[in-house]
Design a protein around this ligand. Structure first.
Ligand SMILES: NC(=O)c1ccc[n+]([C@@H]2O[C@H](COP(=O)([O-])OP(=O)(O)OC[C@H]3O[C@@H](n4cnc5c(N)ncnc54)[C@H](O)[C@@H]3O)[C@@H](O)[C@H]2O)c1
Length: 313
């Protein structure tokens, strides 16, 4: 995608800022709408040409201003994470459901061609079949999973009702640069930062639970390909298509660092036992092919985390 006018909601966040980087490299004209609830202005400092609107997706006026002349919307702004949604279910619903509706209404009024929304594997709940296909039952076990499912359904309903295409990307566990330690429970940043600070790593349960980790560059690739696709609306899994146990992940992270202590703790409510995506539909419909292998991605992430501790970010 080149030379397009696009809106990135949540562009100051972890995934959003990586997407903005790629969109700028591809010479698009980028507006970011973000209230900096969990995003950082420093993530956007390298990009002098973008238009930043500090505002809330629940605020009709701010959303309408951000939407002016836009052809494609990447909607990433959200109250993110299982734990946060259990602690603040009303805020989670207001931002993820009502905020998404504000975006959809403004997009339809502006004649936006395509909206790409950021959904989550959290919509599935406990795994029933493996690997998880898009038609796997959706029985979320957290308010976050419920509101992300609602966001998807609203977007796809707009695609049925109006002349707007909607692609909902169901991310599994995303990791990569700009993912801070305080990223509400994401395991890779927590393990890496704790290792670098010589703190013990806490594994909840026996460590044999599995996750499908996907690098943020692959998530960015999926967003761009979804935006470029023509005549495509739907919900697609975005993952690596490979699963690792948390014990294996710890080995990959701590390789060459035998002094790191591991502590096993009781399981946490809301965590699923297994996760592995079937990504063939995204490949077929939008041409998504993950490219970053976990070992390489972790090595690069450790370097980023080391630098960010040095810079005190
Ligand atoms: N990181 C993951 O593993 C993962 C997995 C599945 C889905 N997702 C989804 O991807 C998207 C991006 O997640 P992320 O990991 O980059 O999180 P993030 O918290 O880094 O980014 C979210 C951004 O949205 C902004 N924001 C929050 N509420 C807002 C509001 N009311 N108005 C305007 N801006 C608001 C935040 O300030 C932040 O910049 C989210 O929709 C999330 O649900 C992420």
């Amino acid at each position: 995608m080149r030379n397009k006018k696009v809106l990135v909601t949540g562009g100051a966040g972890f995934i959003g800022s990586n997407l903005v980087k790629r969109l700028i490299e591809d010479r698009n004209s980028v507006t970011v709408l973000d209230n900096f609830m969990s995003g950082y202005i420093s993530n956007l400092e390298p990009f002098s040409s973008i238009h930043i609107i500090e505002g809330d997706v629940r605020d009709k006026t701010a959303v309408e201003e951000a939407m002016k002349g836009v052809e494609v919307v990447f909607h990433l702004a959200a109250s993110v994470g299982i734990k946060r949604s259990i602690d603040y279910p009303l805020i989670d619903a207001e931002i993820n459901v009502l905020g998404t509706l504000q975006i959809l209404e403004a997009a339809r009024n502006e004649g936006v061609r395509k909206i790409v929304t950021s959904s989550s594997a959290g919509i599935f709940g406990e795994l029933k079949t493996m690997p998880i296909k898009e038609d796997h039952p959706v029985e979320p076990i957290s308010p976050y999973g419920c509101t992300k499912l609602c966001e998807e359904k609203l977007s796809l309903t707009y695609a049925k009702l109006y002349a707007i295409e909607a692609v909902c990307l169901r991310y599994f566990n995303v990791y990569g640069p700009n993912q801070r330690f305080d990223a509400y429970g994401n395991v890779i940043p927590i393990f890496v930062f704790r290792m670098l600070r010589n703190e013990p790593l806490h594994i909840y349960g026996d460590g044999e639970q599995t996750r499908d980790f996907v690098h943020v560059d692959d998530v960015v690739q999926a967003n761009i390909k979804a935006a470029d696709s023509s005549g495509v609306s739907g919900a697609f899994n975005i993952a690596s298509g490979k699963s690792v146990t948390i014990n294996n992940l710890v080995e990959t992270i701590t390789k060459g660092n035998n002094s790191t202590k591991i502590k096993y703790c009781p399981e946490r409510p809301g965590d699923v036992r297994h996760s592995l995506a079937d990504i063939s539909l995204a490949k077929q419909k939008i041409g998504y092919i993950p490219d970053v292998d976990l070992e390489r991605g972790i090595e690069e992430y450790i370097e980023w985390a080391r630098q960010s501790i040095k810079d005190n970010k």
